[in-house]
Design a protein around this ligand. Structure first.
Ligand SMILES: NC(=O)c1ccc[n+]([C@@H]2O[C@H](COP(=O)([O-])OP(=O)(O)OC[C@H]3O[C@@H](n4cnc5c(N)ncnc54)[C@H](OP(=O)(O)O)[C@@H]3O)[C@@H](O)[C@H]2O)c1
Length: 206
């Protein structure tokens, strides 16, 4: 099992850290607050954003999309050659419209443009954090939807998710991130308007 580095010790960072530990990976969590990073999940090694070196072969950016540029500025060189997992839903929380840099079709494709020497996998953005942490949604295993142009990278990400008892589906190439991000945005809108619970959302039946 791989070594996985997770940037961010918030809702998604902590949930993915728990999944990775359960799958048997060695897990490093990097956050601006190293104590918060260490507390993300039992068994992780916490480290401070900016000074820590990336230990993982797979790197999960569990940060708000606007923070991605900060990671690229601080860690762009170290991210070369690695598999980068993008769970972001790039939303303007004032309007709930997708908010992407000019010309970008999706956050994942924007990231691929900024990190041409890295391999990008879209994953987790269609799951609420609670359903990732629990590993179940409405009595069935939580299903993560993946998109990437690199089949081996997609398989490596699927392996650690499935190693923790969750399931995955393959949505196809990275350009499908456009659909996944629209799906993620809609799910958030239904949650914010209290039509669906944060412990639920869309359930993929496999
Ligand atoms: N929550 C969900 O259910 C959910 C579901 C699917 C996808 N997502 C996506 O997952 C990502 C993370 O969401 P979340 O809910 O986990 O957010 P969160 O709980 O607010 O955590 C965000 C993390 O990002 C860090 N951060 C913020 N700005 C940063 C910067 N400029 N530089 C370095 N670190 C920074 C924060 O660090 P500090 O501790 O230092 O503030 C915190 O650890 C987002 O892109 C979101 O769209 C979330």
């Amino acid at each position: 099992m791989s070594t996985i580095t997770i940037f961010g010790a918030g809702n998604i960072g902590s949930a993915v850290a728990g999944i990775a530990v359960k799958a048997g990976a060695t897990v490093q969590v990097i956050d601006r607050n190293p104590d918060k990073a260490s507390a993300a999940a039992e068994g992780v090694t916490g480290a401070k954003f900016g000074t820590a070196e990336i230990a993982g072969d797979i790197v999960v950016l569990a940060l708000p999309f606007p923070a991605y540029d900060d990671v690229i500025a601080a860690y762009g060189d170290q991210l070369a050659g690695k598999t980068i997992v993008d769970p972001s839903n790039p939303i303007d929380f004032g309007t709930f419209d997708l908010a992407l840099p000019k010309g970008a079709q999706s956050a994942a494709e924007y990231l691929a443009g900024k990190l041409p020497q890295s391999t990008i996998v879209k994953a987790f953005n269609t799951n609420f954090a609670a359903t990732l942490a629990a590993g179940v949604i409405d009595g069935a295993p939580t299903v993560a939807q993946l998109a990437s142009d690199d089949e081996n990278a997609k398989k490596a990400v699927a392996a650690f998710i499935e190693g923790a008892g969750l399931k995955t589906v393959d949505a196809g190439p990275l350009k499908r991130a456009q659909y996944l991000e629209g799906y993620g945005a809609l799910q958030i809108i239904l949650g914010v308007t209290e039509q669906t619970p944060w412990t639920g959302g869309f359930k993929v039946v496999k």
